[in-house]
Design a protein around this ligand. Structure first.
Ligand code: ACO
Length: 332
């Protein structure tokens, strides 16, 4: 069974309710039909009767809950929650209503916050920033977590590195400014993501262009500091650095550059030193190694919300919904 089939099986075994707010896009309906048919999750589709009729024409949506954001008996409850959460930021009942009607992502997050859904998948026709921002504002981080980050689960074909070709790459999607403390925290939450999706023991490599002090620069010092913080804060975590990518993955190089490390040469969770490196890195592996890149998945949020690439297919949406359902189950 391939990775995504295992995830779908896990999702079916503990069914969750996932909201799909992008009813302005046909791919949502194509994916919804498949998800409902396979029994991967219960679905809420947010949209007006006109959008549902126009874009959902021909798709079998029986079993989905349709929520019209202009005529929903629960709407006042969501407006009240929005105001409760954001009054200090100037949100009033009028502005809450307007925002929810203009941007269904807010509606979807409020449904989760009020316990009416377990997670959200969006981003087929919205930017990453616009997909993530409502979740950051309304759902916030898990207790004890300072910042949300984004990972990709990479499935590299014909590869015996990592966990038989499976890796977590982070942060590839969220934090443009990463300091040492944030990097250390990203290492710990990425290790948790590795455990919940792949099941093996995570071995976290803190990546750099330097291995164990081979280069000197502020960028290298940032990663060295992150390693120090992570080792202090998470003493049970198998983590090492700073490591170059070859030292992280290749046992021969690791033996030369980082002898004695329990991570070098066997890393399966790669923490990149910056958003540029992470974002470019996952795309390189996806394009050149023809890897499946599942994500960007968000980690550290109090409830799962996940972004889609704007070039995604309906099958990609099905996969991300299954992963979101698994995150919801493991969060509980
Ligand atoms: N973790 C937790 N909370 C956060 C984070 C974070 N990483 N970043 C921002 N927040 C909170 C802020 O504290 C703020 O909370 P508040 O309103 O209660 O005070 C709220 O989120 C909004 O923060 P802003 O800084 O005003 O939001 P901003 O507009 O800067 O958006 C965002 C944050 C969307 C994450 C931004 O940093 C961003 O756009 N990141 C890059 C996304 C991107 O383009 N990725 C690459 C593409 S993805 C791909 O290729 C697959």
């Amino acid at each position: 069974m391939g990775f995504i089939d295992e995830i779908k099986a896990k999702a079916k075994a503990d069914k969750k309710t996932i909201v799909l707010p992008e009813t302005m896009d046909k791919r949502t309906f194509e994916a919804a039909e498949k998800i409902l048919k396979e029994g991967i999750a219960d679905l809420v589709l947010i949209g007006t009767p006109e959008d549902i009729a126009k874009n959902g024409e021909g798709f079998d949506l029986s079993g989905a809950t349709i929520v019209d954001p202009f005529n929903d008996p629960n709407k006042q409850k969501y407006i009240d929650k929005f105001v409760e959460l954001r009054a200090k930021k100037g949100v009033t009942p009028e502005s809450a209503k307007e925002q929810m009607e203009k941007d269904y992502m807010y509606y979807a997050c409020l449904m989760c916050k009020c316990g009416d859904a377990d997670g959200v998948v969006s981003g087929a026709c919205h930017s990453t920033g616009n997909t993530i921002r409502p979740a950051l504002q309304l759902l916030k981080t898990k207790p004890g977590i300072g910042s949300v980050s984004g990972f990709f689960l990479m499935e590299v074909p014909n590869c015996d590195l990592g966990a038989n070709g499976l890796f977590i790459f982070a942060d590839c999607a969220v934090n443009p400014d990463i300091d040492s403390a944030k990097l250390a925290e990203i290492a710990a939450v990425s290790a948790d993501s590795f455990r919940s999706f792949i099941g093996d023991e995570p071995r976290v490599a803190m990546l750099s262009y330097s291995t164990m002090g081979s280069a000197k620069h502020d960028d290298v010092t940032k990663v060295q500091e992150a390693v120090k913080i992570a080792k202090e804060n998470y003493p049970d975590l198998k983590l090492d650095g700073e490591l170059q990518l070859d030292a992280a993955l290749d046992e021969t190089v690791a033996a030369l550059k980082a002898p004695g490390s329990e991570v070098a040469g066997r890393a399966n969770t790669l923490v990149f030193p910056s958003l540029e490196a992470g974002n470019i890195g996952y795309k390189l592996v996806q394009r050149l190694a023809k890897a499946n890149a599942y994500g960007p998945m968000l980690q550290g949020l109090s409830m799962p919300v996940n972004d889609l690439s704007r070039g995604c297919s309906a099958d990609d949406i099905v996969g991300v919904v299954a992963m979101t359902a698994v995150q919801a189950a493991s969060a509980r």
